[in-house]
Design a protein around this ligand. Structure first.
Ligand code: NAD
Ligand code: G3P
Length: 409
């Protein structure tokens, strides 16, 4: 084992996340029936985050808590990073007396049942309550769903540390990695370590706007808790694969449950870097064959990265699950990272300028991830093992050109 993978394995153990070689499980859509009905308490669900994906997932959660009231409290709290928002006069609910000035986004969401800024045009269930106080949002929640751009996670965990149920369990829907001088960590591990709870991961080929419009897609949830957690009181329904499936699965959003948290998280994080390369190639107008070459090399580098640095990572997660190759394909076709990279080539402008101009407050994850992954690889002398991810970072910082991409394919 290399020194870096030893360091990573140490970090994983500190986080209490030691992967096993358990096989993946695929559950039937009637998994709610598989949950024993001997409990007297129900799970309360909170979602931390209300951006584009945060709101789309919150909609799913609220639909399912309303449907499975034997397992879940119907009300879902959604933490909103508060901001003022001016409702456009073209909005159907606009009234001169109420909306002529900017209003708090959380108030608008609760009044209109729509996240008018980050998921406009999509009705949200009325049992979804926007909450600008993070402590109030997570209070008494036994199921915590983290869904914010990855750069904000650490601070959020610091804010809620000590204010959550000790037996809560979490799922991270975040696509990114945490790089520090100690090494690289999955956000599921960061959340678990900072809060002293267990956190699994959800990731898949899931463009938020499509999921929100209930166009069919599938996703992967990885959940593999160690046996050393603060026990869940017996009054609650047990938190297992069947329970998570009841919370996330919809007729239009199919869930595959597996145990490989590292592979699931890394697929979502690293494809964002490859999607930038695909956007560069499309910006140049090199065609679908060139983009396919980028995607082929991209999935190989993603898998190599996982297997080299995370002991628990499984090859098949990248090739067989939605969080692997399928997410890479959709992101290289219709994702924000691809779109902004393409526009930056077409308009010959930095990608950050494009991000600020066209995303209306939504955040790219690939630019920061390219930098973070490069820092990690460079410190270990491994840049040459990952030439595509390395060249993307160099193009972003002006040390290479898009024309250099074919040389690393
Ligand atoms: N949008 C998608 O299609 C999609 C799909 C799957 C996964 N993801 C992943 O889900 C995660 C969340 O993405 P998203 O699309 O919901 O977010 P987003 O891109 O819409 O980002 C905007 C959100 O960030 C919040 N924010 C801004 N500044 C903040 C701060 N200082 N502290 C805390 N929050 C702040 C905003 O209030 C808003 O809720 C990301 O890791 C992303 O890669 C996104
Ligand atoms: O829009 P992107 O590039 O952040 O990608 C969105 C999702 O991750 C696609 O699965």
């Amino acid at each position: 084992m290399s020194s870096s993978s030893r360091a990573v394995a140490r970090l994983s153990r500190v986080a209490g996340h030691i992967a096993t070689s358990k096989p993946s499980t695929r559950l039937s859509s009637s998994s709610a029936a598989a949950i024993k009905m001997t409990h007297t308490r129900k799970h309360k669900v909170a979602i931390i985050g209300s951006g584009n994906w945060g709101s789309a997932i919150a909609k799913i959660l609220a639909e399912n808590t309303k449907q499975h009231t034997d397992i879940f409290e119907p009300e879902v709290r959604m933490w909103v990073f508060e901001e003022d928002y001016q409702l456009p006069s073209s909005h159907a609910a606009y009234s001169e007396s109420e909306h002529s000035k900017p209003r708090k986004l959380s108030e608008l969401i609760n009044q209109l049942h729509e996240n008018v800024k980050y998921l406009p045009g999509v009705p949200l269930p009325e049992n979804l309550v926007a909450d600008p106080s993070i402590l109030s949002a997570v209070k008494d929640a036994s199921l915590l769903i983290f869904n914010v751009p990855h750069q904000f996670v650490s601070k959020i965990c610091d804010q809620i540390n000590g204010n959550i149920l000790p037996y809560a369990r979490a799922i991270s829907c975040i696509k990114g990695v945490d790089v520090s001088h100690e090494g690289i960590s999955l956000f599921s591990d960061v959340i678990g370590r900072k809060l002293g709870i267990y956190c699994g991961a959800l990731s898949g080929a899931n463009i938020a706007s499509e999921v929100a419009l209930e166009k069919f897609s599938e996703t992967t949830i990885a959940y593999d808790p160690p046996g050393t957690l603060t026990p869940l009181p017996e009054e609650f329904p047990v938190i297992n694969h069947a329970l998570w499936k009841s919370l996330f699965h919809r007729p239009y959003f199919h869930v595959s449950m597996i145990h490989d948290v590292a592979g699931t998280s890394l697929g979502g994080a690293l494809k964002n870097v490859i999607a930038i390369a695909a956007g560069f190639v499309d910006g140049k107008g090199w065609g679908d064959n060139a983009k396919a070459a980028v995607m082929r090399v991209g999935i190989l580098e993603m898998r190599k990265f996982g297997l080299m640095f995370f002991d628990s990572c499984k090859s098949e997660t990248f090739t067989e699950e939605s969080c692997g190759v399928a997410d890479l394909i959709t992101s290289c076709a219709g994702g924000r990272n691809h779109k902004c990279a393409k526009l930056s080539v077409l308009q010959k402008r930095p990608i950050e300028e494009i991000e600020n101009e066209v995303l209306n407050g939504q955040k790219l994850q690939g630019t920061l991830t390219a930098k973070e992954v490069n820092e990690f690889l460079k410190a270990r002398g491994k840049e040459d093992d990952f030439p595509l991810m390395t060249i993307v970072h160099k193009i972003l910082i002006g040390q290479a050109k898009v024309e250099d991409i074919p040389h690393v394919i």
